[in-house]
Design a binder for this molecule. Structure first.
Ligand code: PGA
Length: 255
């Protein structure tokens, strides 16, 4: 048996609907100036569609990659307001956040659409960051694992076994997003180990390689403790990523 490849931590900024091109021009050089040489992580900026081109240009040949926050599953067609994988690739984008809870809750993103989006992203050579997570009510009702199982199995249904490890899964408990109520390191570890086991039901090799990251009120104060958990392979950072210095501190906290 070959030795398993160590998983490179994945630390992603999710700007959500924040920052203009002018803001991007300030942020990216500031971030690049703050990142420690030789830090351990792969760093990603998930930015609004309008900022993608400038973010790609400004990150240049640095190791920081740029992701979109959504993508349509079809290659082209009558889908007003949507963006395809090819359009993202042409800009030099590396991937897309898919199934963020805000898109599920507010914009009708479904597991059925994600069944097509995740493989479409992979087929195009983009890295999908698939978001899953339970509501507070589901956690209190002891339904966390049922919800995670459903979301992970549905979204990965049409992903071939040999591509499973190319997906990044973000565990984002909805009660922790934007609330300041970060999951405890134990809660993050437990849910993420469970997600890894779900991938393992499809492929043991993929489970050892797939990166499963945590999102929800991550800050420079709490990042180190969460990122130190054995199954936590990184973070998806919303509010705290809007400040380049704060985000650079979170990157530096990756083990
Ligand atoms: P937050 O958002 O860090 O502001 O909680 C995380 C996310 O929604 O990805």
């Amino acid at each position: 048996m070959p030795e398993p490849v160590p998983r490179v931590p994945f630390i992603a900024a999710n700007w959500k609907m924040n920052k203009t091109i002018a803001d991007t021009r300030e942020y990216v050089p500031a971030l690049l100036g703050q990142l420690d040489v030789g830090h351990a992580a792969q760093v990603a900026l998930c930015v609004p569609f309008t900022d993608l081109a400038s973010a790609v240009e400004l990150t240049g040949d640095s190791e920081v990659i740029v992701l979109a926050q959504n993508m349509h599953q079809e290659e082209a067609g009558a889908f007003t307001g949507e963006i395809s994988a090819r359009m993202l690739l042409e800009l030099g984008v590396h991937g897309a956040v898919l199934g963020h809870s805000e898109r599920r809750r507010d914009f009708g993103e479904t597991d059925r659409a994600l069944q097509e989006k995740v493989p479409a992203a992979l087929a195009a050579g983009l890295t999908p960051v698939l978001c899953v997570g339970e509501t507070e009510e589901e956690r209190e009702a002891g339904e966390t694992q049922r919800k995670l199982r459903h979301q992970v199995q549905e979204a990965l249904l049409h992903v071939d076994e040999d591509r499973l490890a190319d997906v990044v899964v973000a565990y984002e408990p909805i009660w922790a997003i934007g609330t300041g109520r970060v999951a405890s390191p134990d809660q993050a570890q437990e849910a993420i180990a469970f997600i890894r086991a779900l991938v393992g039901d499809r492929s043991k090799a993929a489970a050892a390689e797939v990166r499963v990251i945590y999102g929800g009120s991550v800050s420079s104060e709490n990042a180190a403790e969460i990122l130190a958990q054995p199954d936590v392979d990184g973070a998806l950072v919303g509010g705290a990523s809007l400040d380049a210095q704060e985000f650079a501190k979170i990157v530096a906290a990756a083990p």
